[in-house]
Design a protein around this ligand. Structure first.
Ligand code: CDP
Length: 262
């Protein structure tokens, strides 16, 4: 999987796949984000803080932060095609919920729920970290107070060497994979998973590589949020959803709705 220091797709060992992040892509959600990371395409939407249903799940002291990660049935040709919940989906939903429980200032919203939905439209290795990265931007877009905009990054071992941001083939046929969630502001590690066997030195190297990758991802997350707020400011209504602002005419009257397609 490595030839002359280059990986299958020509990347160096610390290079990330191309990453683009856009905030505020869904008008119905309170916050949303879309991430393309290599061939991964992931959408995240946030609803809340809102009434916690079922009520017996609610906490009188803080908001309940819930995350649902799902792969679409068309997200990959080889391995997918299923509908409904899966063991892997439940695991990833749980670990991402736990990351955000530690980041969201939930005590400001007692008895409520903050729901985070992650939908993988196309999968190509590293969807949990791509989903987490998108969800953090969607939470910020929803105006939820957080200690940081956290990011998800992964590093693994292929052909005996540590490599950043594994693609699907590297992930499936490599020796190890370490997905992490990192808070670049506080330097905290909020998620650490690992499969395969690594030495102590390799784990230390993996953590260092993930921190360097996190700095790059965080910059793109912040750029997406800056761009989102600049768009809002340009349209003159900072608290309105983007689509509503765009439909508003200069006179302040709602613009004519597009004619339905007959
Ligand atoms: O996506 P992530 O690397 O976080 O999780 P994984 O379980 O290590 O899966 C690696 C890759 O295998 C995914 O990104 C998908 O490309 C593929 N996969 C899939 O297509 N369908 C599944 N049910 C599980 C994995």
């Amino acid at each position: 999987m490595i030839k002359n220091g280059r990986r299958l797709d020509g990347r160096g060992m610390e290079d990330l796949r191309p990453l683009t992040i856009k905030a505020g892509v869904l008008s119905k959600a309170d916050g949303s984000a879309y991430v393309e990371w290599g061939n991964n395409k992931v959408m995240a939407a946030v609803y809340g803080p809102r009434e916690c249903i079922p009520r017996h799940d609610s906490n009188p002291y803080k908001a309940l932060v819930r995350c649902i990660y799902r792969m679409s049935s068309f997200c990959s040709i080889e391995e997918h095609g299923r509908h409904g919940p899966s063991r892997r989906g439940s695991e990833i939903s749980k670990i991402i919920s736990e990351v955000f429980e530690n980041v969201v200032m939930a005590e400001h919203f007692p008895k409520t729920a903050i729901d985070v939905f992650i939908e993988v439209l196309q999968a190509d290795g590293g969807t949990r970290v791509a989903g987490l990265t998108a969800a953090a931007v969607a939470l910020a877009d929803a105006g939820i107070p957080m200690k940081d905009v956290v990011c998800g990054v992964a590093v693994g071992k292929i052909d005996g060497e540590m490599a950043a941001d594994l693609g699907k083939y590297e992930d499936n046929f490599g020796e190890s994979d370490i997905p992490m969630a990192i808070s670049p502001r506080t330097g905290e590690i909020l998620l650490f998973q690992m499969d395969g066997l690594l030495t102590k030195e390799e784990i230390t190297k993996a953590i260092d590589m993930n921190f360097r990758a996190a700095a790059k991802v965080h910059e793109l997350q912040m750029n997406a949020l800056r761009e989102r707020y600049a768009e809002k400011e340009r349209s003159g209504a900072v608290s309105e959803p983007l689509e509503a602002q765009q439909n508003e005419s200069a006179s302040g009257q709602p613009a004519e709705r597009p004619a339905p397609v007959q």
